[in-house]
Design a protein around this ligand. Structure first.
Ligand SMILES: C[S@@+](CC[C@H](N)C(=O)[O-])C[C@H]1O[C@@H](n2cnc3c(N)ncnc32)[C@H](O)[C@@H]1O
Length: 274
């Protein structure tokens, strides 16, 4: 990449980090540059400097760029390694501690879109449970919430097209979904303890005392101030010692940051200090 381009890509990445806490350093600069060029062409900005000025003053353009960077999609096992980390560093120790100490294990998929993330969490749990003493398992609940009622309607239906289930390993598809004329339908066993409801993350959480919250690729669209508000809400919704998992490019900003320990940096798993 030309050095002017790479300097510009660095400035855009810095803007995304400062404005939204999105750390794009793991992405290839040429991929980022392709996305920027697409937006630059459509935005009417005269040149790189003009586009950067536009980005800094326009939340809308920042959102449009994020959309082009393909961060507005959802899928099963989005960032596969992250969910392997989630099963290993969150689900397993959490269920073990409930087996020993008692109590319900409560998971929240916050900003779950059309539900793929929520069902992914359920699959991670079902897989971990296979290695645990089935006679001592805690009650497990999973709440999926989103601000979009149409997305939630699909999440509740739990039926996905062939294209949408592409990210699911065949064995999971076979075990946890049923082929129907409408598509692949999540099994009743997978939905056990699961419910969906509409919730705006900028408002005070409707439920609290969660043991684990997965909030991935939601705060990236928010301004710094909104990010802080959501982070504070999530903090209050978590039990002490509860886990918070963010998206692959996300960092926690604002006051609650100090109240968490990092469990798994690569997979953005944090734990509320006890
Ligand atoms: C990019 S999707 C992320 C889906 C999923 N978490 C994932 O990582 O694949 C972002 C979701 O956040 C939801 N969202 C945006 N603003 C929200 C808000 N204020 N409260 C709750 N959900 C919100 C959107 O409706 C969308 O479904």
């Amino acid at each position: 990449m030309e050095s002017e381009e790479s300097q510009f890509a660095t400035l855009v990445m810095r803007h995304l980090f400062q404005a939204r806490g999105i750390d794009m350093t793991g992405y290839s600069p040429s991929f980022i540059m392709r996305s920027i060029k697409k937006r630059l062409g459509r935005s009417g900005a005269p040149d790189y400097a003009g586009y950067l000025r536009l980005l800094k003053r326009s939340e809308e353009e920042t959102n449009a760029l994020l959309g082009t960077l393909s961060v507005n999609v959802t899928e099963f096992f989005r960032d596969r390694g992250a969910f392997e980390g989630f099963a290993r560093s969150v689900v397993k120790p959490l269920l073990q501690s409930k087996i020993e100490g008692g109590g319900i294990a409560r998971f929240w998929s916050a900003g779950c879109a059309t539900g793929q993330e929520t069902y992914t969490i359920a699959i991670c749990i079902a897989e971990v449970v296979k290695d645990l003493d089935s006679t001592r398992l805690p009650m497990i609940t999973i709440l999926g919430t989103d601000i979009s009622t149409s997305a939630l309607a699909k999440a509740k239906a739990g039926v996905y097209t062939k294209e949408e289930v592409k990210g699911l390993p065949d064995n999971h598809l076979l075990e946890y979904f049923k082929r129907t004329p409408q598509g692949y339908e999540a099994s009743p066993a997978l939905r056990k303890g699961m419910r969906f409801s509409r919730e705006n993350l900028l408002e005070e959480p409707q439920s609290k005392y969660f043991d684990a919250i997965v909030c991935r690729n939601v705060m990236i669209y928010f301004s710094r101030e909104m990010h802080d508000r959501v982070a504070t809400n999530l903090y209050h919704a978590l039990m002490r010692g509860g886990y918070l998992m963010l998206g692959k490019t996300e960092t926690l900003m604002g006051t609650p940051r100090e109240a968490f320990d990092v469990v798994d940096l690569e997979n953005r798993i944090l734990r509320k200090k006890v």
